[in-house]
Write a protein that binds this ligand. Sequence first.
Ligand SMILES: [Fe+2]
Ligand SMILES: [Fe+2]
Length: 184
Amino acid sequence: MEKSRDALKILIKGETEAVAMYASFALKAEIEGWYNTAALFTALSEAESIHIKNHLQSLGEDFTPDTQKTEVGSTLENLNAAIEGESEESRRLYPRLIRSIKSELSGEYGKVARLSMTWARKVEKEHARLLKKARKAIKNGRDLPVDKIYLCKVCGNIVFDDPGEVCDVCGHDTQFFKQIKGDE
Ligand SMILES: [Fe+2]
Ligand SMILES: [Fe+2]
């Protein structure tokens, strides 16, 4: 249990920093006139706060991490930093945590914790993919091409334009989606 708890705390710290970081990145993107990219950053900030909520439930205690201040660069630099962070989480941090939960936690509780971490890992992978889309557009002098942005309030998954019927990651009905950008 100890290894899982430590790993969970590291992730809660990372997600807490990400919430603030994405909010600052959204503001910067707006100032630079990249409104769609700003909306993506806003969705990401909300998504990471959903992860914190889920992780605190798995941890089962109150925990307020010490966080580091965000460094804000140009939007292109911010996209690079964000992609690096999301990739690190989905490739290394979450798989490590899922492994230690598997070996340390049994029963229903372990099952729930593992499921929530598996969702989060998939979500971070998808976040990285969407951020890469934004980076590609901005490198070409255009804003991210997207009309509508939806956020799954259960798992933090972000979906562009067509919400479909169920969330690809957690399987919940898209009535649990919140629209972040675009007309109803
Ligand atoms: Fe993320
Ligand atoms: Fe979901």
